[in-house]
Write a protein that binds this ligand. Structure first.
Ligand code: GTP
Ligand code: MG
Length: 424
């Protein structure tokens, strides 16, 4: 340990961690939670050497788990030559400090690991700002407790900022940096708002892919377009959003957006920092909720996604659930989903069911529009042009008084055409 006081530990020297979970007997099985945490830890570049679970009624407010279990973990740290522990829930600053004092090792939590992965994945300027903000806010409240642990280890999980940067440890600098980043984030938000207004004006329906991380969202957008988004068997492969045009079977177009995946216990600092990006979901016409139907925890994953959408105040946006990976062995029946307006089974990999999915999108979009009959005077040439661009036309006849149209209009066009409504 003493050697590690130096600033640099070799990159090859992987952190060896023990995962610690509390079995509260609710939600996802603790075993599945720790398997997921192991996957996260691996993605963050560390190796899991052991796991410890304690069954409790509630998380210990002072030191996460009970004293007896802590003694056990102290022994395990030696037995497995571990360099730290990772707790499966976000630790309070006090819990972190107490655990550090009791165990004399590096204390990490699920949040720290997720933030670390996000930091290594962030590519866009906005993504980097958002991740660093989340990291610094998380860090600021814990400086007193984790200072010793972090400076002792000098590197590893919890110390890496976006890109090649090393996270700041000085309180005053952190505060200044948070101020700077907030300002930059605000400017990007203003730009985003502008883009959104432009898109709204064009009137192309906006559809976003949402879902648990690794569900297959990026694979799906790639299967439908030439987006070329990185799709990997890794948690949080995607952080930056990608938007592409997709043609529906009836020839009309939609804008499809791929975004960051959700996970249970998603750190609230991260949600806060990504709020601007995630709130875009509320402006969508439809959310395509991609579910890995082959995953045994699919039901819990779906619950997490719906809860996260609720936290983001997006529960009013209509959802189509897309049960993906049906080329694999799937347990039937598929989970009941009372929230979704429609459901479809697909394989983004083999492209099976994708036509069906597009038809369902088309049908749902159509249900948002109003069927109208209008008689447009020949003097309204430019309006006629707009109708052709924005409405779905079922019938068109040239009559003596003007052009008769049977069509489906969105809210804006419905208002504009109100005065030309006719019977037949
Ligand atoms: N067998 C099978 N594998 C799939 C299918 N769709 C996606 N996958 C695999 O699932 C893994 C995750 O796919 P991604 O498209 O990266 O998942 P994602 O939802 O974008 O994940 P994040 O970006 O991490 O949120 C990859 O290894 C894909 O090849 C499918 O229909 N069938
Ligand atoms: Mg992805």
């Amino acid at each position: 340990m003493a050697k590690q006081t130096q600033m640099h530990i070799s990159q090859a020297q992987q952190e060896r961690v023990i995962l610690v979970g509390v079995d509260l007997d609710n939600g996802m099985q603790t075993e599945a939670c720790l398997d997921e945490l192991e996957e996260l830890v691996k993605t963050a570049g560390a190796v899991t050497v052991a796991k410890a679970v304690q069954k409790r009624d509630r998380i210990h407010p002072g030191h996460y788990i009970g004293k007896g279990k802590l003694e056990e973990i102290k022994m395990m740290l030696q037995t497995y030559d571990a360099s730290g522990i990772v707790c499966d829930d976000e630790l309070s600053p006090a819990q972190m400090k107490n655990l550090e004092q009791m165990l004399q090792t590096k204390i990490m939590d699920r949040t720290m690991v997720i933030l670390d992965i996000f930091a290594s994945r962030a590519m866009s300027k906005e993504g980097k700002i958002q991740v660093e903000l989340a990291q610094l806010k998380y860090r600021l409240s814990r400086l007193a407790g984790i200072g010793a642990s972090m400076s002792r280890l000098g590197g590893g999980i919890g110390t890496r900022g976006p890109g090649e940067t090393k996270l700041e440890t000085n309180r005053r600098y952190i505060k200044e940096r948070i101020g700077e980043l907030n300002q930059e984030a605000k400017e990007i938000q203003t730009h985003r708002q502008l883009l959104r207004n432009q898109r709204n004006k064009k009137g192309i329906p906006l559809i976003s892919l949402v879902g648990y991380t690794n569900a297959g969202k990026s694979t799906l957008i790639n299967a439908l377009t030439d987006a070329g988004v990185l799709a990997e068997d890794k948690l949080f492969a995607t952080l930056d959003t990608t938007t592409r045009k997709v043609k529906l079977p009836n020839g009309s177009e939609i804008l499809l957006t791929d975004t960051v995946g959700f996970i249970q216990k998603l750190p609230h600092h991260l949600i806060q920092a990504f709020r601007a990006t995630l709130e875009e979901l509320c402006y969508c016409d439809i959310l395509l909720h991609v579910v890995d139907a082959s995953n045994e925890n699919r039901q819990e994953h779906m619950k997490t996604v719906y809860e996260t959408l609720k936290n983001l105040h997006c529960e009013a946006t209509p959802v189509i659930t897309v049960y993906n990976k049906t080329d694999k062995e799937i347990e039937l029946p598929l989970p009941i989903d009372t929230i979704a307006r429609d459901k479809v089974a697909v394989s983004a990999k083999t492209k099976q069911g994708l036509e069906d999915m597009l038809e369902k999108i088309e049908a749902l979009l159509k249900s948002f529009r109003k069927s109208m009959n209008v008689l447009l005077p020949y003097t309204e040439g430019s309006l006629l042009h707009k109708i052709h661009g924005k409405c779905e036309i079922v019938a068109e006849q040239h009559r003596a008084e003007g052009v008769f149209l049977e069509l489906y209009a969105d809210e804006e066009m419905e208002k504009r055409l109100q005065c030309y409504v006719t019977e037949q």
